[in-house]
Each structure stands twice: as C-alpha cells, then as structure tokens.
Design a protein around this ligand. Structure first.
Ligand SMILES: Nc1ncnc2c1ncn2[C@@H]1O[C@H](COP(=O)(O)OP(=O)(O)OP(=O)(O)O)[C@@H](O)[C@H]1O
Length: 267
C-alpha cells in the first residue's frame, strides 16, 4: 500500500489539480452567454475525434490536431467580456479588497430609487467595487457629490441634461452621471428588456460593479451582477440582495426567482 502511494502520489496530485481546474472552468463558463456554443463545439469535436479514431480517418485526425489553435482563439473571442472582467479583477487585486459603500448611502440610494420608481423616471446606476470605472466615468460628466435622494431624483428627472445614461456610485458619492455603459449582447426573452437593462447587464459583464435599474416603463426595480439580470425585485428584496452581494461578492448564494426575472439566458 505504502509502495503504491509512493509510486503514484504525483498522479493523484495531477488528478486533483485538473479536477479543480475543470470544475472552476465549468463554473466560469456555465453562466456565460457562450456556454451553449462551447458545449456544442466540444460535443462536435469529441464526436469527430471518436469517429476518426475508431475508423482510423487520418485526414480528420490530422485536421482535429491542428484545429486546437483556432479553438483557443475562438474561445477568447467568445468569452471576451468575461475574460476582460476576470483579468481586470486580477489586475485590481479585487479578490483581496472590497469597496463597500456604507449602509447609510445604500439607504439613500434605495430611497431615491423608490421615489424614481413612483414617478416613473428611468434610472441606471453602477456601484463601483474593486475594478476601476474611470474609463466609463469619462463618457459622462463628473459630479463628485455626496448621495442624496434630492440629487439623484434631480439627475434622473427626464428634463435634465444628465438623465440619459448611467450614474457611477463610488464610496457613497455620485462620481459621474450621463455615462454610456457597454451594452450586453446576450439574447433575452423578455421584450420589456431594452437598452437600459442591457447596459446594466453589459457593465456587470465587463466589471465587478453591481448595477441597479429603475424602469421608466413599469417602475420595476432591478439589479444586475456578473451579466445576470434580477428583474422586478421588491425594495426589501433589492436591499437584501445588494447587502449579500456587497458582503460576499461572487460567493453570494444565487437568488431564488422564477423565469424570466432571474437568468435571462439565451432564447
Ligand atoms: N449604453 C447605455 N449606457 C447607459 N444608459 C443607456 C445606454 N443605452 C441606453 N441607455 C439609457 O436607457 C434609455 C433607453 O431605455 P430603453 O427604454 O431602451 O430601456 P429599457 O431597458 O426598456 O428601460 P425602461 O424600462 O426604463 O424603458 C436611454 O434613454 C438611456 O438613458
């Protein structure tokens, strides 16, 4: 027994490392828009590899061996927003630091969102965490003012110059407003999901920010994180979810909601 262990402990370590890597890759890709394409592609390649091995088809085997480089490029293109976010997280040491707004600012923000909802004023916020949002902030107008319901409702009043676009919240302050966020290209089932919600999904696909949305059409309050939209939440639900995400980040448990309010996956 001891002899076997001595001979094969390296194999055990390798299996363990590979299992962790494969599981992490699965967790990473599972929730992304390219997951189905990736699954289809892998199944096709595995099928072809199996058939070509069994029937000894030399040309297909040769082609499959050389295709791996193109596959790697395809993966980078397919998962570009997700990879950007992961690299940005690593670059910003986000894993080791949290930029958590104080509870008072959250109360102010949620209070303002409810006022905007009651008046049917659309609004979009990105709460900055570890990843720097300076490039996005530069697409808008610098505000750098303490959060207050009056300021927020004024910014998103439809007759003001800054109401169009999103506001960036950084440590209890509105850093800038009227910002243009990246728009998510995910396919969504719900026709009520327009550009504002897509911009919320987009900014959270590419950064670790949490986006909050007030729908102009329905007054619904929503949250987006890591590209996923949690649509039409009750104010208390929104507060709890926000606290959860700000405390635990990606480790926060997935919300229990019914379609299409949670994961607006591919059609
Ligand atoms: N890329 C973007 N970044 C930030 N804000 C955006 C972006 N694109 C659109 N918006 C905002 O969304 C508004 C248009 O929202 P639209 O009606 O298409 O979205 P929606 O998701 O249906 O939301 P609502 O329920 O509020 O109507 C624009 O007036 C603008 O303020």
């Amino acid at each position: 027994m001891w002899e076997i262990l001595k001979q094969h402990w390296r194999d055990g370590v390798e299996i363990l490392i590979l299992a962790v890597l494969v599981y992490q890759a699965y967790l990473f890709f599972r929730a992304t828009r390219g997951a189905r394409i990736l699954t289809g592609l892998l199944m096709l390649l595995l099928g072809l590899a199996l058939v070509s091995q069994l029937l000894k088809l030399e040309v297909i085997t040769w082609l499959l061996q050389r295709i791996s480089v193109f596959l790697a490029i395809a993966l980078v293109v397919l998962f570009q927003p997700e990879l950007r976010r992961v690299l940005a997280e690593l670059g910003s040491h986000r894993m080791f630091s949290l930029n958590r707004p104080d509870p008072e600012s959250l109360d102010v923000l949620l209070e303002a969102m409810q006022q905007l909802s009651a008046r049917r004023c659309g609004a979009l916020f990105a709460i900055k965490r570890g990843i720097d949002l300076r490039l996005l902030a530069e697409t808008g107008v610098s505000v750098d003012a303490r959060l207050s319901p009056e300021l927020i409702t004024t910014i998103f009043h439809p007759k003001t110059a800054l109401h169009d676009g999103g506001a960036i919240i950084d440590q209890g302050r509105i850093a800038s407003a009227g910002c243009v966020f990246p728009v998510s290209q995910r396919e969504v089932r719900d026709r009520a999901i327009g550009l504002r919600h897509r911009a919320a999904m987009g900014v959270t696909e590419e950064t670790d920010a949490i986006a909050l949305i007030v729908s102009e059409e329905s007054g619904a309050l929503s949250l987006a994180y890591r590209g996923k939209l949690e649509h039409d939440l009750e104010p208390e639900e929104l507060r709890d979810r926000l606290n959860e995400l700000l405390t635990f980040g990606a480790a926060a448990p997935e919300p229990v909601q019914e379609e299409p309010t949670r994961d607006l996956g591919p059609v």
